[in-house]
Design a protein around this ligand. Structure first.
Ligand code: ASP
Length: 336
C-alpha cells in the first residue's frame, strides 16, 4: 500500500494529522533487520555500506545501494536514491506528482550534505523534478548554501535542468476535491505529509545525506518546511553520524531536530537514544499538541548503527544493510 492510502485510513482524530505506512513487516523481515544490525567485532562496525531512509522507498534504497556496492560514494548514492522517488509521478509527496499548495502550485524543498560538511539546498522550487540534484549543484557550483523560488529555478535551468509541469492529473484532482470541502485555517497540523530523507555510509565509512519533498499538501503559498533547512531536516557530521527528519516541519525547525540528534550522538547516545531524546524535546514543550501531528527521525552513527523514532504513531523506515533491503516500523512516543 502506498503512503497516501495509509494516510487516508489512519486519521488520528476528526481533524487528525495522519501519517504512516501500512505495509506491516513480516516476522521474517523483522528477523532480517535484527540480523542486519549484527556487530562486526573485527571492524567495530555494523554492516557497511548501508543506506537508510524515511518511509517505504525500497526502489530508492536499492538504487543507492547499487551505487555503493559498485564502489561509489555516499553522496552519489543519496542523490541517485532520492531521484528515484522524485521521478515517480505516482508518489504524491516528492518531486513530480507532488501534491500542490492550497493555490494549486507544486513547490519543492530539498537539501544535500556531504562528508566534508558541504551542503546545498533549494526552497520553493517550481517546475523542476530533481530538486535534490539542484541542491547538489548549489553546493558544488555556487558560493551559497540555499537558493529559493525563481532564483533557484533559473539557476537550475542554467545548469541544464528541463522545466516541466509537475502537477499531474491525479494530484490536480486531489487538490480540486480538497478545495471543495476545505475550510482552510492557517494551521498545518491537519495536512498530509511525507518526505524522502536518506542517509548512506559508503565503503570508506564516509557519510552523506539528502532530503527532498513537496512539503505539506495544501500548505499556504510560500510555506517552507524543515527539509531544506540544514540542521533541521538534515544534518551530517562525518565524525559522528547523520540524521534526517520527516513530519511536521515546523516542529522540527523549532527544535533544530537533525542537528540535535547528531549532537546527542556526539555526547555518547546511540542513534536510537538520540532520536528518542529529540522527540522528547518536542512532546514535553509547554502546551505541546503532539497528539495531532507527527515527526519522525532516522539516524545513523559512524559505526553503522541506526535509530528511528516518531510521535504517537509509527512511521516506516527502509534500510538496506548486509544485503537485505527491508521495511521497518519505527517505535514511537506514547506507545501503549
Ligand atoms: N517535513 C516535511 C515538511 O514539513 C513534510 C514531510 O515530511 O512530508 O515540509
Amino acid at each position: 500500500m502506498k503512503r497516501r492510502d495509509f494516510i487516508k485510513n489512519t486519521s488520528l482524530t476528526g481533524l487528525g494529522f495522519a501519517v504512516g505506512n501500512a505495509l506491516v513487516n513480516s516476522n521474517e523481515d523483522i528477523a532480517k533487520t535484527h540480523k542486519a544490525q549484527n556487530h562486526n567485532a573485527a571492524s567495530n562496525s555494523y554492516g557497511l555500506p548501508l543506506v537508510v531512509a524515511t518511509w517505504h522507498v525500497k526502489n530508492a534504497t536499492a538504487k543507492a545501494m547499487e551505487i555503493l556496492q559498485a564502489g561509489g560514494n555516499a553522496l552519489d548514492a543519496v542523490e541517485q536514491g532520492c531521484r528515484i522517488e522524485e521521478a515517480d509521478a505516482k508518489g504524491q509527496t516528492v518531486g513530480k506528482g507532488g501534491l500542490p499548495d492550497r493555490d494549486g502550485n507544486v513547490t519543492l524543498d530539498a537539501s544535500i550534505m556531504d562528508k566534508d560538511g558541504n551542503c546545498g539546498s533549494v526552497v520553493y522550487l517550481q517546475n523542476i523534478t530533481h530538486a535534490v540534484s539542484v541542491a547538489r549543484k548549489v553546493m558544488e557550483d555556487t558560493p551559497h548554501v540555499m537558493l529559493a523560488g525563481e532564483g533557484a529555478k533559473q539557476f537550475a535551468i542554467s545548469k541544464g535542468f528541463e522545466p516541466e509541469n509537475l502537477l499531474t492529473e491525479a494530484s490536480k484532482n486531489a487538490w480540486q476535491k480538497w478545495k471543495v470541502k476545505a475550510q482552510y485555517q492557517p494551521i498545518i497540523n491537519i495536512e498530509n505529509h511525507d518526505t524522502i530523507g536518506m542517509l548512506a555510509i559508503d565503503k570508506n565509512g564516509d557519510i552523506s545525506g539528502a532530503c527532498t519533498t513537496s512539503g505539506l499538501a495544501y500548505k499556504m503559498g510560500g510555506r517552507v518546511g524543515d527539509s531544506p533547512i540544514i540542521g533541521s531536516g538534515l544534518f551530517i557530521d562525518n565524525e559522528i553520524g547523520g540524521c534526517v527528519a520527516t513530519g511536521l516541519g515546523e516542529e522540527v525547525v523549532k527544535t533544530v531536530g537533525s542537528f540535535l540528534v547528531v549532537e546527542l550522538m556526539r555526547q555518547g547516545k546511540t542513534p536510537q537514544q538520540a532520536c528518542e531524546e529529540a522527540i522528547r524535546r518536542i512532546v514535553t514543550k509547554p502546551n505541546s499538541n503532539y497528539k495531532n501531528f507527527q515527526v519522525g527521525y532516522v539516524a545513523v552513527n559512524k559505526k553503522g548503527e541506526t535509530g528511528y523514532y516518531s510521535i504517537h504513531q509509527y512511521f516506516s523506515v527502509t534500510k538496506y544493510q548486509d544485503g537485505v533491503n527491508v521495511q521497518i516500523q519505527s517505535d514511537y512516543f506514547n506507545k501503549a
